[in-house]
Design a protein around this ligand. Sequence first.
Ligand code: ZN
Length: 166
Amino acid sequence: MALRIIRTIGDEVLTKKAKEVKSVNDRTRELIDDMVDTMNDANGVGLAAPQVGVMKRIVVINVTDDPEGTIVLINPQILESDGEQTGNEGCLSVPGKVGIVTRPEHVVVSFRDRDFNEQTMEAEGLLARAVCHELDHLEGKLYVDLVEGELMDVDRGDEEEEQETP
Ligand code: ZN
């Protein structure tokens, strides 16, 4: 298990567009494994490669409590999105904060898996929110620019401390 350092807001790497992955090799797989370890260690539900300083279009997501629930998305693209959900969102790169963001309720995503095979996935609810959040990272965008109202402190004394953090 290898943990990578999560870059935080203010680091310019988070504002840059990530590059398409052309093929998967041992280094790519090591990066993916490290990203999963880093996400789990930080109790996150998603992590994009730029958050650990690697400008590649790779995202890992797990909105479940089960390690088997880990999803690896390489070169992901949203093909369809519909519906709307409004709720709290956080980010491992913006520690201690949450804000209200509206996202599609349902998305269809094409991507390559860790064996670089083409796949398509449907996502709704929290998974759809995580997909949209992580894909924004690949474009150099942070959720703080989408927040409706104020960015809030997680520690402000209520149950939101348990907020899941994509
Ligand atoms: Zn994030």
